[in-house]
Design a protein around this ligand. Structure first.
Ligand code: RIB
Length: 308
């Protein structure tokens, strides 16, 4: 079995402070750390760490010809991920994410794509994802490339999992007919369903459950997962719906990458262990509860042996 992740690799520059700065304001920070990140790379690591060894994991992406890129590539390769199709750009530096974290572990992120922006539609063909059982995509590489990849995978009979993050309100709806598993948070679900913003941070589980069917009707995806932070997640799988409570973190220090951990865990359970979606979410909830208790996106992702 093989899972391919086509997406971003970033070097995360993480600054912690008592609160987020306001526009035009300078505030003192309490800590600074660098971590490995990028939604694509995080999800690839999560699949690798949280799947059985029967699953092979490939990352397709791009880094710059610089120290950050070398470090990211070396660590992913060391973990057993096939990085042979991660390009080293001659013109662009490795993607950078400037991340601010507050004492509750919440974050604000600004991403400079760098090499992640160098992929083109012309590089893709029907054989690009050949041999994969599942292709995972996010929105940190050029959108035409994401959309074309979904289309090609579907044509080649490969299952697709799509995490449209960051989300764009003008995303063409016909893209989603090529998505088998859509994984979104509450904000992304509201944007894609064109629902009026509900004015709070997240849907309640009840609100999210009632948003699932209309979203499925609008987008045409068979399976949809909406993540709800501390309220867990809800899912629609064909006709079946359910709510899965969140795992119980020992503490919350950094939520960066928790969603990527969650998605990677689901993918491993579905493809590697043939679990139904509801069971995959229960497993993923435990994994992301561990991720939020640790610093760093990639570094915080737990290993299979840590999940009870
Ligand atoms: O999802 C978390 C990731 O988003 C971070 O690692 C950062 O690189 C941004 O891409």
């Amino acid at each position: 079995m093989k899972i391919t992740i086509f997406g971003s690799l970033n070097y995360d520059l993480v600054t912690s402070a008592e609160r987020m700065p306001q526009p035009g304001e300078t505030i003192g920070a309490s800590n600074f750390e660098t971590h490995h990140g990028g939604k694509g790379a995080n999800q690839a690591l999560a699949v690798r760490r949280l799947s059985s060894q029967a699953v092979s994991v490939e990352m397709i992406g791009a880094v710059g010809n610089d120290t950050f890129g070398n470090e990211l590539l070396a660590s992913m390769t060391k973990e057993g991920i096939d990085t042979s199709r991660v390009k080293v750009s001659k013109t662009e530096r490795t993607g950078i994410a400037s991340i601010f974290v507050d004492p509750k572990g919440e974050n604000c992120i600004m991403v400079y794509p760098g090499a992640n922006g160098t992929h083109t539609v012309e590089e893709l063909n029907l054989d690009t994802f050949k041999g994969s059982d599942l292709l995972i995509l996010q929105n940190e590489i050029p959108l035409p490339v994401v959309y074309k990849s979904l289309e090609l995978a579907k044509k080649a009979g490969i299952k697709t999992m799509y995490n449209p993050s960051p989300v764009y309100a003008d995303a063409p709806l016909d893209v989603f007919k090529n998505v088998d598993y859509l994984v979104v948070n509450s904000t992304e679900a509201q944007v894609l369903s064109k629902a009026a913003p509900i004015g709070s941070e997240d849907y309640s589980p009840e609100q999210a459950l009632s948003a699932l069917k209309p979203l499925q009707k609008t987008l045409g995806c068979n399976s949809i997962v909406i993540t709800l932070g501390g309220s867990g997640s809800v899912y629609l799988d064909g006709e079946e719906t359910g709510h899965v409570p969140a795992g119980k973190p020992e503490r919350i220090v950094d939520t960066t990458g928790a969603g990527d951990t969650f998605l990677g865990a689901i993918a491993g359970q579905l493809i590697g262990s043939n679990k139904p979606l509801g069971e995959a979410l229960a497993f993923a909830s435990k994994a992301s509860a561990i991720a939020v208790s640790r610093h760093g996106a990639a570094e915080g992702i737990p290993y299979l042996r840590e999940i009870e």
